[in-house]
Design a protein around this ligand. Structure first.
Ligand SMILES: *Cc1c(COP(=O)(O)O)cnc(C)c1O
Length: 363
């Protein structure tokens, strides 16, 4: 069955993979308990830490699981029922952090923000010196395309001595990530977002403080135990069978990125976002945030057409996948991604589809 292989894909994950990366890790999957695979994994760890501007003695471990595995691993390995977390809840990914804390019985308070709104000092003020121990934020709240002010959050955490966990799953390699400057204890990402490889792997970068905390502790869980992951990664291995093919793609991708400089990937995504946002201004949509991330543009419908119907029509009649929203935003909002391998010509095809839909009286 050919499922949508030939569509133009503007989803925010999995995203289009560049040819040289797609060519590896797909057909022949090598055995992994070998010195060769260990060397590849150690290179992956070093390149990730470099790209994240990680501080001295930071570590990164790769988990087999989607981005949510990294979110849950960070929460349960760094915090317990004795902690009190502050969670930025600006959309469904902030909500996910809240649900993870709930499931594990870790006390938290959510800073609930309206869709599309950035975080300001005003919203943080009530939580100064209030006895919290950890701060969880989705740097980019991908569900509504919002980028939060990381320097503001980092200052707040430093002042209040909070351990900062940054979900950079849709922002790493799309917006600047500076783990050292932010003093973050954990930064998370996943393979199928801006890393632009197959799904199946997520990763947690940890400060030396977080690493020491985990080494001192007892395992909180089994599969997502970061102590086991860290100990195994000392020799370039993983406790369990990893998504070998995806890790090989990650290695190829990181090496290609390093050749051009990691900042070039951010600049490319930003350029595509800019190209799209300039072009979209003449169509009946408004950009749904005052603080957009580079990787995705959230759009609110300004015509009678349902956003979900637009998603269906673009897919069925034009071979273009945009990213639908769910829940309460289903009919009013959709998103167009800029992470992964894209060209301006693809955006032109999307604009041409909008022109055609207007000419047909649908949009
Ligand atoms: C995609 C994403 C995740 C993880 O989603 P998975 O489906 O588990 O990969 C988490 N946080 C953010 C901000 C994301 O964009």
């Amino acid at each position: 069955m050919d499922i949508q292989k030939h569509h133009i894909n503007f989803a925010v994950g999995p995203v289009p993979i560049e040819e040289e990366v797609a060519a590896v890790g797909g057909d022949v999957i090598p055995y992994f308990r070998t010195a060769d695979f260990s060397a590849l994994m150690q290179e992956n760890e070093a390149l990730i830490l470099e790209a994240m501007h990680a501080p001295e003695k930071a570590r990164a471990v790769f988990l087999t699981g989607s981005g949510t595995a990294a979110m849950e691993a960070a929460v349960v390995n760094l915090f317990t029922k004795d902690d009190r977390l502050l969670i930025v809840k600006g959309g469904s990914f902030g909500q996910r952090f809240c649900e993870i804390a709930s499931v594990w019985g870790i006390p938290y308070e959510a800073i609930a923000l309206p869709n599309g709104k950035g975080l300001t000092q005003e919203e943080l003020a009530p939580y100064e010196n209030a006895g919290f121990t950890g701060f969880l934020v989705n740097m980019g709240e991908t569900s509504t395309g919002v980028l939060y002010d990381m320097p503001l959050i980092a200052d707040f955490c430093r002042r209040n001595r909070l351990s900062l966990v940054v979900d950079a799953i849709s922002t790493f390699l799309a917006d600047p990530v500076d783990m050292a400057a932010w003093g973050a204890d954990a930064v998370l990402t996943g393979s199928q977002k801006a890393l632009a490889t197959a799904p199946g792997v997520s990763l947690v970068a940890l400060s030396s403080r977080a690493v020491e905390h985990i080494y001192r502790g007892t395992p909180c869980c089994y599969y997502l135990d970061l102590k086991a992951a860290l100990v195994n990664a000392e020799r370039g291995q993983t406790p369990f069978t990893p998504a070998v093919g995806t890790l090989i793609q990650i290695n190829k991708r990181l090496n290609l990125l390093k050749e051009k400089g990691f900042d070039a990937a951010i600049a490319q995504t930003k350029a595509h976002a800019g190209y799209f946002r300039r072009g979209i201004a003449r169509y009946p949509f408004t950009v749904a945030t005052d603080s957009p991330q580079n990787g995705v543009t959230p759009l609110l419908m300004q015509s009678a057409l349902s956003a979900h119907t637009l998603f269906e029509v673009l897919k069925e009649e034009y071979g273009i996948i945009v990213c639908p929203n769910g829940g309460a935003l289903r009919d009013t909002m959709f998103r167009v991604g800029h992470i992964g391998y894209h060209t301006e010509a693809e955006y032109d095809k999307l604009f041409a589809a909008f022109d055609d839909l207007i000419a047909r009286g649908i949009l």
